[in-house]
Design a binder for this molecule. Structure first.
Ligand code: AMP
Ligand code: GLY
Length: 423
């Protein structure tokens, strides 16, 4: 099979690394990819939202399946683009159509979906700009802390959690005044959930699903979960509190009703579903849906999957996931994200990266690198995810950290306490 994978982060490198191991693979292309994906396949400089070029390339290279890494092209309708064109519709896209991608693209849509299908989530109301007074009244009726979310995609920055009503009013006003652009025209205000978070992933063909290994992501920039939110500073899988009993609850209360709900709503969804969950006293509650794999969760989830990922993706495309099972390693995977100094604020790019040799049998997934005359240079806030597998979390982390010390570039920063709350 010829595969086209779109995206350019650590998630895509992990997917490319795994797809490249499949006996079913003929050629793998990554658009646009990074210096790491170039080791797993062939990079091609097409933007993830340039559907016309993606279509032309897919025809020219006889692509059999397109795997979409990030959310933006899904929300903008890449699956619909392919499905609606006679010359392209034979090429399956792994990723939902725009309507299904609204699970991530609109918090209000996701909330209504969960309410309609009886899926546990925080109580909420949504408001538009003309309803600022009503929104303030609703905030007054809630207990602190207050959770406000811009409805649309806001690059992971659209959620504000504050302790006082004053701060909540200010955040509300800022959202309505365009702080997050069109994403903030509608605002979801919801009940604060207290518990510990985890990420659960499913691959579905629209009817059947397979649950992939779960993971825990460390989103804050600083140790002890302090400081600004980032895309993710590290992850581990499995998650010790995700016991068999807990995961059964996740499946019966959340995963199955979600897949059935999509079907009832006539949304033909084939692709990954990412359930951002809170464990509230042993009960899983949905914080958010994403319509793609997580990053850096993919960098720990994928290395634990022993099954042929390409075979699973092909089954998802054909509607035959009921014939598949998934084999998962019992080992623990940990990843430590090396980032550029200043991230998630402003940072410099183009710094040469040295020490890019995997030691301690780590896997180095490139998150934000580029090739400059054969030399890998930094090209993003998140630079390299250092993943290791071992018999327990401590050993996996020890290997990752040993390798994280060896890789170097100006401004390197990483959290030294990944997994701290699971020990
Ligand atoms: P999101 O962008 O939806 O992933 O939200 C960012 C983060 O805000 C989540 O990972 C949670 O840590 C936190 N969060 C979102 N919604 C809630 C909630 N209702 N209660 C507590 N924390 C929340
Ligand atoms: N690591 C969280 C995300 O991918 O959204």
């Amino acid at each position: 099979m010829n595969v086209l994978l779109t995206g350019s982060g650590g998630r895509e490198h992990a997917l490319a690394w795994k797809i490249a191991q499949s006996p079913l693979l003929t050629r793998l292309f990554i658009a646009p990819g990074n210096a790491g994906t170039a080791q797993a396949g062939c990079n091609t400089p097409i933007k993830v939202t340039d559907f016309a070029e993606t279509g032309k390339f897919a025809l020219r290279e006889h692509i059999d399946i397109i795997v979409v890494g990030p959310e933006e092209p899904l929300v903008k309708g890449i699956a619909d683009y392919f499905a609606s064109r006679p010359e392209l519709k034979h090429i399956p896209v792994i990723g939902p159509p725009a309507q299904g991608a609204q699970l991530e693209g609109s918090k209000d849509f996701a909330k209504k979906f969960m309410l309609r299908h009886g899926i546990p989530t925080a109580a909420y109301r949504s408001f538009t700009g003309g309803q600022e007074t009503e929104a303030q009244d609703f905030i007054r009726s809630l207990q602190s802390p207050y959770v406000l979310k811009a409805d649309g995609l806001a690059a992971g920055k659209g959620v504000v959690i504050v302790n006082s009503q004053e701060e909540a009013f200010t955040a509300l006003h800022e959202m309505f005044s365009g702080k997050f652009g069109a994403a903030g025209e509608k605002v979801v205000i919801e009940e604060f959930l207290s518990g510990i978070e985890l990420s659960v992933f499913a691959l579905t063909d629209g009817e059947n699903y397979l649950i992939l290994p779960e993971a825990k992501d460390y989103k804050r920039t600083g140790e002890g979960d302090t400081g600004l939110n980032t895309g993710g500073m590290g992850a581990v899988s499995p998650v010790p509190f995700a016991t068999k009993e807990f995961m059964e609850r996740v499946e019966t209360r959340i995963v199955r009703p979600t897949v059935e709900g999509l079907r009832k709503d006539d949304i033909p969804y084939r692709g990954f579903i990412f359930f951002g969950l809170m464990n509230v006293k042993g009960n899983p509650v949905v914080i958010e849906y994403n319509v793609r794999m997580g990053d850096p969760e993919t960098e720990v989830v994928i290395p634990r999957i022993e099954s042929d990922l390409l075979e699973l993706l092909q089954s998802a495309a054909c509607g035959t996931l009921n014939r598949q099972t998934i084999t998962v390693s019992r080992q623990t995977a940990a990843t430590v994200m090396l980032v550029s100094g200043g991230y998630p604020g402003s940072y410099e790019k183009g710094k040469p990266v040295s020490g890019l040799k995997s030691t301690e049998d780590c896997i180095l997934f490139h998150a934000g690198t580029a090739n400059a005359d054969g030399q890998a240079v930094t090209a993003g806030g998140r630079v390299i995810a250092v993943t290791a597998l071992a018999d327990n979390m401590e050993n996996a982390l020890a290997k990752s950290y040993a390798n994280a010390e060896i890789i170097d570039y100006e401004g390197k920063y990483f959290r030294r306490d990944i997994g701290f709350d699971l020990k």
